[in-house]
Each structure stands twice: as structure tokens, then as C-alpha cells.
Write a protein that binds this ligand. Structure first.
Ligand SMILES: Cc1ncc(COP(=O)(O)O)c(C=O)c1O
Length: 396
């Protein structure tokens, strides 16, 4: 007897970024040198003072269950971090620590969305949002943004997508996959619409420390009075402190939401790894010089990658303002042949680039934006140089 898959699970697609990364690893295992620009994780090691804190926690026997929603001292550290950086006013009772920001997003959607509710999702969007919204039974309503608008949701497009079923807006700032950053004024315009239509906002701010050109990051709940009551902020240590494998993320939400998420998590997963939680305390409370160094290195790479893209005739991309991705337009190359193979779609483009030149990227269609490609510059300068030499070669 074949066990039948549930209707909800059947509707969920695997992560395209992880699939591309797996393909690159497969080639590597066959002995090929692969230039991997498909992954969304810092290539730096976790700073040593954070690792030391984890080792100390292990040695001190801090290896047991913690409070399911996270250690009280970590919640204190998270609130202090947000309150001092952004001038918000969060209490530990509004914070839930989860197994990475992805889990925090899942918890947020599951605790607040009902089957049939509509959630507005600006495209290009990070691959997991649509699938996680669907898992909660709600409907992702994709709103296209344009390269001309820097891939940012305009107030007009936002308002036009609202129906009586709309309950939520998902805002990723800075954006994965486009690297776009909203200004405070742009956020205010969107916030006013959310308030006027009584919507809540899930603000994924996991890349808030990785912004460039001296820009000042505006955290969504701070841009208008009263927004904290209708916002769920998502953040974590993965990107800021090069801690993707440690699996610590969190949400900050109105107390009733945080309380329900705590109950859900206590039944589903219990606490995130105790040792990782102690490491996260060290990350948030320790010297922030490591973050500044990594950010500065990413900015150098961003400049390099933008200059390489500008030098390829027919290719274009808005300037990346944050995160570590560039999202470039390859429409001019579609319909052409490369190495005897006709390239019809962005998926063909990425696949042939990987097969012919051993450079891994991710097709824009995985992010709801066909005709584009995402490349991560969380890779060494040498890797980026060779990868872009090969992309230039590939394009003739
Ligand atoms: C926009 C965005 N949100 C959330 C996450 C998930 O982060 P974590 O590794 O903490 O689960 C990612 C990871 O790629 C991301 O790009």
C-alpha cells in the first residue's frame, strides 16, 4: 500500500536554492571545481568568541531542555538589541526564539493565518515564503515589483492587491533575492496603507546589519506610531554573525501572538538547541567588530560584482543596497544558443552555466521572477572573479 501524501504537503515545493546547491555539490563530488554563487550563507567562520561561549556552555552542562520559547537571558539580550538599535520597546514576553528565522516565520504564519486568508507577497520573493504561507492554509497573493522600481513594492501596487480577504503583508527588507532596501519614507507609505486596511505585517529583517553605502536601516515597527501592535519582526543570528548552522532565529510580536507561538513551539519542537542559545547570547552581547568586518568585506564584493555586471553588454541589475545577493536581468540572452544548446528560460540559463562553466546560480523563476538570475556574493573574491570571468565567457 502506498501511503498517500496529504493535500497540504502535496502543495509544497522543495527549496530551489537548496536544490541548486545540491546540484553544485553533486558536481563537486564528481571531482569538478564548482564556483558556487547559489548559497545564501556567509562564507566566513563563526567568530571565535561565539564558539568559545558554546564550548563553555557545553562544559558547564548547559545541555538540557530550556524554556521551550527560549532562555530568558537570550530573550532579554534580543529585546535589548532591538530596543537599543531601533528605539522600539519589546519585552521578553513578546519574544520567541526558534530553530532559525525560517522556523520563526513558519510559527508566525501558523499562529495568525486562517485557511483562505490572503497574504500579500511582493515578488521577487525568497523561496520559502510562498510555501510556508501555503502550509498554514492561507493564500499567497504575489504582487510583481519591477526592476525599474528597484524591485520594491509601490504603495499603488500594494493597495491594488488588497481584497476583503487580505490579512497580511510580507515585507523582506533588505531583500533576498534582490538586495533592495526600503527607505524610511517608502516604509511609511506602505505602513499607512496597512493601517488603513487593518492589515498586519510580517517584517523579515534578517539582513538588517548587512547594508551598504552608509545607508541607515529603518526597522518597520518604528516608522509610524502604533505599528508595533500590528507587526511581527523576524530576525536571527544566521546572516549577521555567520551562524547559519547554529539554527537560532526569533520573532518579536504583540504579546498574544508570542504567547500562542510559544504554545505551538512547545508542542512541535520544544526549545532550540541550548548550546546555540548560549552562543547567540555571546553574539548579541559581545564585541560587534566582527559584524563590521564582515559587512565591509561584503560591500567590497558587492562593488566588484556590480562592476562586472555593468561590463557585460545586455546584462542589468539594480544596485544591491543590502544582503549579499545581486539579481540580474538575462532576458536579452534568452532564445540564444550556448555550447550548442538553445537557452529558452532562466532555468536553462542557470543549468547550462553550471554544466558548461561550473558556476552555480539560482533561476529567478524560483523567486517568482522569470528572466532573472540570483547570484550570491557570499563567496571569496577569487571565487567571484573566476565565476564572473566564466559568466562573461558563457555569454560570448
Ligand atoms: C530572507 C530570509 N529570511 C529568513 C531566512 C532563514 O534564516 P535561518 O537560517 O535563520 O532560518 C533566510 C535564509 O536564507 C532568508 O534569506
Amino acid at each position: 500500500m502506498a501511503i498517500e501524501i496529504s493535500k497540504i504537503a502535496s502543495g509544497v515545493q522543495p527549496s530551489a536554492t537548496l536544490a541548486m546547491s545540491a546540484k553544485a555539490k553533486e558536481l563537486k563530488a564528481q571531482g569538478e571545481t564548482v564556483y558556487n554563487l547559489s548559497v545564501g550563507e556567509p562564507d566566513f567562520d563563526t567568530p571565535s568568541h561565539i564558539c568559545d561561549a558554546a564550548a563553555k556552555a557545553m562544559r558547564e552542562g548547559k545541555t538540557r531542555y530550556t524554556v521551550a520559547s527560549g532562555l530568558p537571558e537570550l530573550k532579554e539580550a534580543i529585546c535589548e538589541y532591538h530596543n537599543t538599535r531601533f528605539g522600539v520597546d519589546y519585552k521578553p514576553s513578546q519574544c520567541v526564539v526558534s530553530n532559525g528565522a525560517k522556523h520563526a516565520l513558519h510559527n508566525a504564519f501558523f499562529a495568525t493565518l486562517n485557511p483562505g486568508d490572503e497574504a500579500i507577497l511582493p515578488a521577487p520573493y525568497w523561496v520559502s515564503y510562498a510555501e510556508l504561507i501555503k502550509l498554514s492554509g492561507a493564500v499567497p497573493v504575489v504582487v510583481q515589483t519591477t526592476e525599474q522600481d528597484g524591485f520594491k513594492l509601490t504603495p499603488e501596487a500594494f493597495e491594488a492587491a488588497i481584497t476583503p480577504k487580505t490579512r497580511m503583508l510580507l515585507l523582506c527588507n533588505p531583500s533576498n533575492p534582490t538586495g533592495s532596501c526600503y527607505t524610511r519614507d517608502e516604509l511609511v507609505a506602505l505602513a499607512k496603507i496597512a493601517v488603513a486596511h487593518n492589515l498586519f505585517v510580517v517584517a523579515d529583517e534578517i539582513y538588517e546589519r548587512l547594508i551598504y553605502d552608509g545607508a541607515k536601516f529603518a526597522s518597520f515597527p518604528t516608522v509610524l506610531d502604533g505599528l508595533q501592535d500590528r507587526t511581527i519582526v523576524i530576525n536571527g543570528v544566521s546572516k549577521t554573525y555567520a551562524m547559519t548552522g547554529w539554527r537560532i532565529g526569533w520573532l518579536l510580536a504583540p504579546e498574544n501572538v508570542a504567547k500562542k507561538v510559544s504554545s505551538l513551539q512547545s508542542q512541535e519542537t520544544s526549545n532550540p538547541c541550548s548550546i546555540s542559545q548560549y552562543a547567540a547570547i555571546a553574539a548579541l552581547k559581545g564585541d560587534q567588530g566582527c559584524v563590521d568586518q564582515m559587512r565591509a568585506e561584503f560591500e567590497k564584493r558587492r562593488d566588484y560584482v556590480m562592476s562586472r555586471i555593468a561590463a557585460i553588454p545586455g546584462m542589468s541589475a539594480p544596485k544591491t543596497g543590502g544582503a549579499f545577493y545581486v539579481f540580474f536581468n538575462i532576458q536579452k540572452f534568452l532564445g540564444q544558443e550556448r555550447g550548442g544548446v538553445k537557452i529558452e528560460t532562466d532555468s536553462d540559463w542557470c543549468l547550462q552555466l553550471l554544466q558548461q562553466k561550473k558556476v552555480a546560480t539560482v533561476m529567478g523563476s524560483a523567486f517568482g521572477a522569470p528572466g532573472y538570475v540570483r547570484a550570491s556574493f557570499a563567496a571569496s573574491m577569487e571565487t567571484l572573479k573566476t565565476a564572473f570571468d566564466r559568466i562573461a565567457e558563457f555569454l560570448g
